[in-house]
Design a protein around this ligand. Structure first.
Ligand SMILES: Nc1ncnc2c1ncn2[C@@H]1O[C@H](COP(=O)(O)OP(=O)(O)O)[C@@H](O)[C@H]1O
Ligand SMILES: [Mg+2]
Length: 432
């Protein structure tokens, strides 16, 4: 289960940070409770993940109000909202009925696109006549009050939710760890709180993403900030390599849904980090090489039915190859081979661009120029002065120059820039 849901505060007093905003919200709710609200609606606005939606639900819970959450941008809802708003009486609790809190989340998404100018206007109208409390929630206050939302400024109480402080976030994360029975290095929590920039939701998500062991050590910090997909793979890999039976490992592999070729690389890269006993490692590689043979046959014979066997060998086979149990946190690596492939792709791209520039200069195709690159390199290396002049003329950047002259690229690039500047001045003052 997602921890942001699991630990979503039920009461306003458990919402961390934003003391002032919470006080204002509470004051407004009390006015409603007493049947004499000064403003019938509030706007909760601010950055994502700071507790706006949570606070709206929490206040309703604290006062035992019913909740009606509606997407206001859906035109079909407008009449329903209006009807609910009109039901009952303002001082309903005095007469015994339950209040209904109408929550319109993402109210700033009411784009006033062509043909729909009614969204904000309908809300304004509803707020004017409502007998039930209304909360509008928006990331962007100005987006909400622009256009026909102008009137909202007057009839709503605006409450800003600010970024939540680092200390409070650390305390919350620590509490969650306690409840989960997880031992954690405080540095990990400090790092998470710093990175999340006041966004409680992403802090909790970060914590959960590295909490697949009952002990989180400092090494886990290196796993933060991976892109979601990489993080998913790390977690899946962990489960596969730690699995004690075939089925668990294979199921994880299906869940991961990564191509068998890539998965093989991931396992190959990280197997030696995980399996510390030599005999385990040897057996595991036996399975991995079998999987590789199957993958080879898939490609050679174009027979994709073998894919499944390859996947089962590299995950299930590898998992049951171990006779020892491994514990603790392992910092996995991104496959070096994949990375170097990406790099060599960039490299080829760079060379091709250079060839294009040279080709134009010597009136030949870039393909021909590509073949001549070594010759150009020799020419550039033979004479720094010449190299700088050519670089200026051809408008080469430092990276391209480094393909030709290696380490000297920086120096020559500078020289070339100087030459270009002089040239420009000469043109400017008509010295030519
Ligand atoms: N101030 C807060 N106190 C405690 N938890 C919070 C807070 N803000 C956000 N969260 C956590 O993040 C999740 C998302 O928060 P939410 O209220 O939906 O943010 P918002 O509406 O501001 O984008 C909540 O379920 C909760 O777990
Ligand atoms: Mg929200």
């Amino acid at each position: 289960m997602n921890w942001t849901e699991k630990y979503r505060p039920k009461s306003l007093k458990d919402v961390i940070g934003n003391k002032k905003a919470k006080e204002e919200l509470l004051k407004w709710a009390k006015e409603w409770e007493e049947g004499r609200p000064t403003k019938k609606a509030v706007i909760l606005y601010g950055k994502p993940g700071v507790g706006k939606t949570t606070s709206a639900y929490a206040i309703a819970n604290d006062f035992n109000w019913e909740i009606v959450e509606m997407n206001a941008s859906d035109e079909r809802n407008r009449e329903i909202i209006r009807r609910i708003a009109l039901s009952g009486a303002i001082n309903e609790t005095l007469t015994g009925g339950k209040k209904r809190l109408i929550i319109l989340d993402e109210a700033d998404n009411l784009y006033e696109k062509a043909g729909d100018y009614g969204g904000k206007r309908a809300i304004v109208e509803t707020i004017r006549v409502t007998k039930q409390p209304i909360v509008l929630i928006a990331n962007d206050y100005y987006e909400l009050i622009k256009g026909s939302g102008q009137e909202l400024k007057n009839i709503c109480k605006a409450i800003e939710f600010k970024k939540v402080g680092k200390k409070e976030i650390v305390a919350l994360l620590r509490k969650i760890c306690q409840l989960e029975g997880i031992e954690v290095d405080i540095e990990v929590l400090n790092t998470i709180a710093m990175r999340c920039d006041g966004d409680v939701r992403s802090a909790i998500n970060d914590l959960q993403s590295i909490a697949y062991e009952k002990k989180i050590t400092r090494d886990a910090i290196s796993h933060l900030g991976y892109r979601d997909r990489e993080r998913e793979i790390f977690i899946g890999l962990h489960r596969i390599l730690r699995a004690n039976d075939l089925r668990t490992a294979i199921r994880e592999a299906w869940r991961l849904d990564e191509s068998p070729d890539n998965l093989l690389l991931w396992i190959d890269e990280n197997l030696p980090i995980e399996y510390k006993h030599r005999d385990d490692l040897a057996r595991a590689y036996e399975y991995l090489s079998r999987a590789d043979v199957f993958l080879g046959r898939v490609w050679r014979r174009q027979y994709y039915g073998l894919w499944g066997y390859a996947t089962e060998l590299m995950t299930g086979g590898v998992a049951i190859a171990k006779k020892h149990e491994y514990r603790g946190f392992t910092a996995y690596h991104f496959p070096k081979w994949l990375r170097s492939m990406a790099r060599s792709k960039q490299y080829r791209h760079l060379r091709m661009n250079l060839a294009k520039k040279l080709g134009k200069f010597i009136h030949c195709s870039s393909k021909k120029a590509y073949e001549l690159l070594p010759m150009f390199a020799n020419l550039f290396k033979s004479n720094d002065d010449l190299a700088a002049r050519l670089a200026a003329k051809l408008d080469l950047n430092e990276e391209e120059l480094s393909l030709l002259v290696g380490e000297k690229a920086k120096e020559i690039y500078k020289e070339a820039q100087e030459l270009k500047k002089k040239e420009k001045q000469a043109v400017l003052f008509n010295f030519k």
